[in-house]
Design a protein. Structure first.
Length: 134
């Protein structure tokens, strides 16, 4: 099967859809058209990233174990971040209809970012130090 040809066809189709959405956004008088355009592009990028990963695993299933390990590790990080998050500051944002649950989820997202950033820095330092010592 010629995956390069399929990829080029998908790329041109997405470019055509993107041009159509952009022209629609430009013809809209409000900024809502551009916001919708950006959201559609974001959804398309996420869908393509997920589909690309799935197709990669279908083509070469030997990487399935490492992907599963990464997903489990990410879920553990999310669980730890949710466990240390709290929604106690939701009352400050009551005028924006923020609930305690919403505040806790935002706190979880921030905690996840911090934990993953720390893990990235530690892995870079470990890699640098181990390569110097070898």
């Amino acid at each position: 099967m010629n995956y390069g040809l399929i990829g080029r066809i998908v790329m041109w189709a997405l470019m055509l859809i993107s041009v159509i959405l952009f022209v629609t956004a430009v013809n809209s008088s409000a900024t809502d058209g551009f916001v919708a355009y950006g959201m559609y592009l974001t959804y398309a990028a996420v869908a393509l990233a997920v589909l690309g990963s799935v197709f990669s695993l279908i083509i070469d299933p030997s990487n399935l174990k490492s992907v599963a390990l990464g997903l489990v590790a990410f879920i553990v990080v999310l669980g730890v971040a949710y466990g240390i998050s709290d929604g106690s500051d939701y009352e400050m944002y009551a005028k924006y209809d923020v609930t305690e649950s919403t505040s806790r989820m935002v706190s979880m997202g921030i905690n996840t970012f911090i934990v993953l950033s720390i893990l990235a820095v530690v892995s870079i330092l470990y890699s640098a130090i181990s390569s110097v010592l070898k």
